[in-house]
Design a protein around this ligand. Structure first.
Ligand SMILES: C[S@@+](CC[C@H](N)C(=O)[O-])C[C@H]1O[C@@H](n2cnc3c(N)ncnc32)[C@H](O)[C@@H]1O
Length: 228
């Protein structure tokens, strides 16, 4: 069988996520429920922020006032976590490959002038302003991306935008026993601990902490090297 090209992979991600968004966006964002109310959906985003961000402010803020920080979320979906991030940080940018998801996030966050939602191409951050970011975050997104090349491109792009020393905290699929396919935009490519270390070093990051290797929720703390 002919291998799928990068362009076709990007087109397929966009098409599949647009379809999921039209079918039941909130369910595909957080599969715990099929019938989220607004309140429950955005509360679940607050829980993500409470668990992954508020417990980790020393690494994330590094002495900065969160209200003065510009942060990035990759794969913002319908704005579930973006909404909660905007309650903590001064300026929040979310990017997503699906214009259907982007429309939902923009609608949910329209009363928050310091939140900016961007539709991107599924692999780079050229849609963002060329400004220094203080923190980048991504949760339950890279676990769906079927290509190491795309994941590594995002890491390189986050490195371009982060200020030296700043943190990119993100989750990948760590279960390397999974059988995945380059055409599958739901079950993404697994990342081993060794992959995680090598990708970080190739892209100018210190992969200082890693938690959950071998599991679905494999969390990585990449600090941009001061001198890279
Ligand atoms: C399961 S949802 C999670 C959304 C959000 N992170 C949250 O926790 O509420 C995954 C999101 O990632 C987006 N996504 C998938 N592949 C992407 C890619 N290559 N680049 C940007 N966004 C992507 C999808 O469109 C979808 O909105």
């Amino acid at each position: 069988m002919k291998p799928i090209s990068l362009d076709d992979q990007l087109r397929k991600m966009e098409r599949d996520w647009d379809k999921r968004a039209r079918e039941n966006a909130r369910y595909y964002v957080a599969t715990g429920r099929k019938d989220w109310t607004d309140e429950e959906f955005f509360d679940s985003g607050r829980r993500t922020v409470a668990e992954e961000i508020l417990t980790d402010m020393i690494n994330i803020c590094q002495g900065k006032d969160p209200a003065q920080m510009r942060v990035l979320e990759i794969g913002c979906g319908a704005g579930r976590v973006t909404h909660a991030l905007s309650e903590v940080f001064g300026e929040v940018h979310g990017v997503d490959v699906s214009s259907e998801m982007v429309d939902l996030a923009r609608c949910a966050l329209k009363d928050r002038p310091k939140v900016h939602i961007h539709k991107n191409n599924g692999m780079d951050l050229s849609v963002l302003p060329d400004l220094p970011f203080d923190f980048a975050f991504s949760s339950i997104v890279f676990q769906h991306i079927p290509s190491r090349e795309i994941i590594e491109n995002y890491i390189r792009e986050v490195h371009r935008l982060l200020r030296p020393g700043a943190l990119f905290k993100f989750q990948v699929q760590g279960n390397i026993a999974l059988k995945t396919s380059p055409e599958d935009t739901w079950l993404g490519v697994p990342i081993s601990d060794q992959d995680a270390v090598e990708m970080a070093l190739r892209c100018g990051f210190d992969p200082r902490y890693r938690h959950g290797a071998g599991e679905q929720y494999f969390w990585l703390w990449y600090f941009k090297k001061e001198t890279s």
